[in-house]
Design a protein. Structure first.
Length: 339
């Protein structure tokens, strides 16, 4: 199948640690297949990546073309290539271990040190005729990049737009100004994008939870409550959609709010005499533990989270999630006694 017009090879070989000259950025049809798997399994440890280095999108390399810095998450690189179609630009792809710009900057992978490391692999004359090199940084990288460190090394950082869809228009109108007023909007479309991979990720946990209960049932004969599997998956689907409207500012507090909503049905079943009080408490404890756990996991799916706050939130609420799970097991065993 024929390659895209913005094409060559996103995975050029490197021999003996010698970096090749700037490469023409290429998208092949199978890169889109990889992009699909990157989305479907968005949170796996080893996503598909692009090889770090210096690339160009036009017909030939031009040292006067704008130099955009990005991560090596393949989906991000493909998106930029499509957005920059028809424009002669350069991309400096950093080694961020396949993590996107927002998360890699928070974890220190997208940094001034990494930018300098990649630029230093090329002769200065290849990159610019002037003494100072101008680079366009995505605004979401600012949490991890020390601009003062770049300026000390005669690099002029310019803060580009948040969204790739604005980048082409931005680059077509120099001189470039910092996009200080750009903000992130975690709207319905962005949240919907995370629903399927979140459900795929959490399905694994849900099945493991179900298998654990199945093992307990074989030992204690308390009954196999397979309903925990669809409940856990349902929480992973509903949480992203209701995210802005759930009470609380912290992710885990929103998870608690959602758990309270889900638990109403179990309370209703108990009032109707359909389930024992021990089973009701088992399901409520399971729902709260799962909802908090999902909420803490979802902090990595949203551009409205803060890495330092997320770490504090995990320390505060992950033990609470564990306590709810312990309570669920206890009341599961109690229900077996009175079965």
């Amino acid at each position: 199948m024929k390659n895209d017009s913005c094409c060559s090879n996103l995975n050029p070989t490197q021999e003996n640690n010698v970096i090749k000259p700037p490469q023409r950025l290429v998208i092949a049809w199978f890169d889109y297949v990889k992009m699909f798997f990157n989305w479907l399994f968005l949170f796996r440890k080893k996503p598909y990546t692009a090889t770090p280095g210096l690339y160009f999108t036009g017909d030939e390399y031009d040292k006067k073309a704008p130099l955009v810095v990005t991560c090596n998450f393949l989906s991000t690189v493909l998106l930029l290539c499509r957005r920059l179609k028809g424009l002669n630009a350069r991309l400096l792809i950093l080694d961020t271990n396949g993590i996107n710009v927002w998360c890699s900057s928070g974890k220190g992978k997208f940094s001034a040190e990494e930018i300098l490391s990649k630029l230093n692999k090329y002769d200065r004359e290849i990159i610019s005729d002037s003494e100072e090199i101008e680079i366009i940084l995505p605004k979401l990288s600012l949490s991890g990049v020390k601009l003062s460190e770049l300026r000390k090394n005669k690099i002029k950082p310019v803060i580009g737009p948040v969204y790739a869809k604005k980048l082409k228009h931005y680059l077509e109108h120099p001189p470039y100004k910092d996009c200080i007023t750009d903000t992130v909007h975690f709207g319905l479309k962005a949240r919907a994008y995370t629903v399927v991979p979140t459900a795929m990720q959490f399905s694994k946990y849900a099945i493991l939870m179900g298998l654990f209960l199945l093992i307990l049932d074989n030992i204690f004969k308390a009954g196999f409550h397979w309903q925990v599997i669809p409940i856990a998956i349902a929480i992973s689907i509903v949480y992203p959609f209701l995210f802005p409207w759930l009470p609380g500012k912290r992710f885990a507090v929103k998870g608690i709010s959602l758990a309270a909503l889900f638990s109403l049905y179990d309370v209703y079943l108990f009032t109707q005499g359909s389930i024992l009080v021990s089973i009701m408490i088992f399901y409520i404890a399971f729902i709260f533990g799962t909802s908090i756990f999902l909420a803490l996991s979802y902090t990595g799916n949203s551009a409205v989270s803060n890495y330092s706050r997320v770490k504090k939130e995990i320390v505060s609420f992950l033990p609470l999630s564990a306590l709810f799970y312990i309570a669920a097991i206890v009341f599961y065993l109690i229900s077996g006694i009175y079965r």
